[in-house]
Design a protein around this ligand. Structure first.
Ligand SMILES: NC(=O)c1ccc[n+]([C@@H]2O[C@H](COP(=O)([O-])OP(=O)(O)OC[C@H]3O[C@@H](n4cnc5c(N)ncnc54)[C@H](OP(=O)(O)O)[C@@H]3O)[C@@H](O)[C@H]2O)c1
Length: 428
C-alpha cells in the first residue's frame, strides 16, 4: 500500500525532531519553532524526541528563552526514543509524518532510524555528511521505501543542499545544456572566530578510518557509467591557487561530490536529463592556513588509522584541528559573525548548439551564499526541506525511496524557499 505524504497527514505530528538535545538538534528545534506558521494550514504540529526527558525539556526551555516564546516550554510534546530500543523508535515513527533525524554519527546510530521510518510509514530527513551511510541506505532500503511510499532524504544540511541544489540552479539558469560545474567554497567568520562542533569531527574521524569500504559498497550498485557530455572535467591538484576565489584551494573532502553525482544519475535515468559533471573545491586562505592544514592533515591521516590514534583525536578535537573543531561548539556570537559562499563555475552548450558536436561554448557563474554553515544554514535547509515535503507532495519523485536532496526536490520550490530564509541563490 502506498503511504503518501498526504495520506499519513492524520498522524499527531507533521514533524518530530529526533536528537533534539544535540548541539545541532537544539538549533533545528529553534528553526522549526520559528517557521511553524509555514506548515500545513499555517499551523505545524510538531514534537521533540530524544533519549532523555530532562534534556528535551531543557532544550524547549532554552528555545523559549532564545525566541522569546514562553509557550514553547509547555506547549510542545516530548517523545522518549532511543536508537538502541527499536520499539521506542517504532512508536515515535508511528506518530510522525516526517522525522527530522539529528542523531549522529549516522554510521553508528542512523540505520535503526531509517529502518523504523520505512517500516512505520514515516518520511525521514537527515543532515548526514557521511557518503558511506547515505549510499548504504540507498542500497539497502530504496526498494522497501518505494514499496511503502516513504521518502528517505539524506544530507539535507549544509552537506549537501547548497552544492546539490546549487548545481541544479546553475543548470536551470544556463540557456542551453550545462555539462560541467566546479564549485569553490569559502567560509568567513567575524572577529569572534568560529568552529565546528565535536559531533561532525567524530563523524569525519570514523568516516575516514573506514573510507576503504565505500569502494566495495559502490560496486554493489552495479551502475553503468554515466555518459560524459561536453569536455571531460579536469581534476585539479591536491593544493592549487584558484584564480576563481583568489586563494589556495583543495578538493572538498565532504559528501558533496558523492551526493551531486547520485542526483545527476537519478535525473539522467529517471527524466533523461543531461548529467552535469561536478568538481568540488574549498578555499584554504593564505600561507599560514596552508601550513596548519598540512600539519593537521598529516597528523589526522596518521592517527585515524589506529584505534589509539582515533581515541586521541576524539579526546582532543581542539588540539588536533587547530581549534577548527571543538567540544563546546561555536557560541551564538561566533555563529552570528560567520557565513559561507559557494561559487559555481559552469560550462555547456548554448541554445541551438548540438552537445554532441565540438566543445562547450558557453559559461555561467552562480553563487549560493548564506549564514554560518553548520548550525544556522543547516537547520534552515533541513526545516525547509521538510516544509517542502509537506507542502508539495506531488512534486516529489513519483515513488518513495532513498533520495538525495536534488533528486527529491528538483521539481519543488525549495530554492525559492531557501532564498526567503537567507540561503541565497543568484546568477553573477
Ligand atoms: N550536514 C551538515 O552540514 C551538518 C551540520 C551539523 C551537524 N551535522 C551532523 O549531525 C550529527 C549530530 O551532530 P552534533 O554536533 O549535533 O552531535 P551531538 O551534539 O553529539 O548530538 C548527538 C545527538 O544524538 C543523540 N543520541 C546519541 N545516541 C543516541 C541514542 N542511542 N538514542 C537517541 N539519541 C541518541 C544525543 O542525545 P543526548 O543529548 O541524549 O546525548 C544528541 O541529541 C553529526 O552526524 C554531524 O556530522 C551535519
Amino acid at each position: 500500500m502506498m503511504v503518501s505524504v498526504e495520506t499519513n497527514w492524520n498522524r499527531p505530528y507533521h514533524i518530530v525532531v529526533f536528537g533534539a538535545s544535540g548541539f545541532t538538534g537544539q538549533f533545528v528545534v529553534e528553526e522549526v519553532a520559528r517557521t511553524a506558521c509555514e506548515g500545513p494550514n499555517g499551523n505545524l504540529h510538531w514534537a521533540v524526541a530524544g533519549r532523555s526527558k530532562q534534556k528535551l525539556d531543557k532544550v524547549l526551555e532554552q528555545a523559549a528563552a532564545a525566541l522569546g516564546r514562553p509557550e514553547l516550554r509547555t506547549g510542545i510534546d516530548t517523545i522518549i526514543a532511543d536508537v538502541g530500543e527499536p520499539d521506542s523508535l517504532a512508536a515515535m515513527c508511528k506518530q510522525a509524518v516526517i522525522v527530522l533525524n539529528c542523531v549522529g554519527p549516522y554510521r553508528f546510530y542512523g540505520e535503526p532510524v531509517v529502518k523504523a521510518c520505512v517500516e512505520n510509514g514515516a518520511h525521514c530527513i537527515d543532515i548526514c555528511g557521511e557518503p558511506q551511510f547515505l549510499e548504504g541506505m540507498q542500497l539497502n532500503y530504496h526498494s522497501q521505501a518505494a514499496e511503502k511510499g516513504v521518502y528517505i532524504v539524506g544530507s539535507c544540511g549544509f552537506d549537501s543542499i547548497p552544492a546539490d541544489m546549487g548545481v541544479l540552479y546553475t543548470r536551470d539558469q544556463f540557456r542551453g545544456t550545462l555539462t560541467a560545474v566546479e564549485s569553490f567554497l569559502t567560509a568567513s567568520s567575524g572577529p569572534e572566530g568560529g568552529c565546528i562542533h565535536d559531533g561532525t569531527w567524530q563523524s569525519a574521524i570514523y568516516g575516514f578510518a573506514d573510507s576503504g569500504k565505500l569502494k566495495s559498497l559502490r560496486r554493489k550498485f552495479n551502475h553503468k557509467p554515466l555518459p560524459t557530455v561536453g569536455s571531460k572535467i579536469k581534476r585539479r591538484g591536491a593544493l592549487f591557487y584558484s584564480n576563481e576565489i583568489q586563494q589556495y584551494a583543495l578538493p572538498f573532502m565532504g559528501a558533496d561530490p558523492s551526493v551531486v553525482k547520485r542526483t545527476q544519475r537519478f535525473l539522467a535515468e529517471e527524466y533523461q536529463q543531461t548529467p552535469v559533471q561536478y568538481g568540488a573545491y574549498a578555499g584554504v586562505g593564505g600561507l599560514c592556513n596552508i601550513v596548519k592544514m598540512i600539519f593537521a592533515g598529516m597528523m589526522f591521516w596518521f592517527l585515524v588509522k589506529f584505534s589509539f590514534g582515533r581515541n586521541l583525536l576524539i579526546k582532543f578535537p581542539e588540539f588536533f584541528s587547530f581549534g577548527f573543531f571543538s567540544k563546546a561548539g561555536p557560541t551564538r556570537k561566533q555563529m552570528e559573525g560567520s557565513s559561507f559562499q559557494f561559487a559555481f563555475y559552469g560550462e555547456g552548450y548554448t541554445e541551438g548548439q548540438d552537445p554532441s558536436q565540438g566543445k562547450p561554448n558557453g559559461k555561467i557563474r552562480t553563487l549560493v551564499q548564506g549564514p554560518e554553515a553548520g548550525y544556522v544554514a543547516t537547520p534552515i535547509a533541513m526545516v525547509q526541506a521538510a516544509l517542502t515535503m509537506l507542502g508539495e507532495p506531488k512534486s516529489l519523485p513519483r515513488e518513495g525511496g532513498v533520495y538525495t536532496p536534488g533528486a527529491a526536490f528538483a521539481r519543488t520550490t525549495l530554492i525559492d524557499r531557501l532564498n526567503k530564509h537567507g540561503i541565497q541563490f543568484s546568477v553573477l
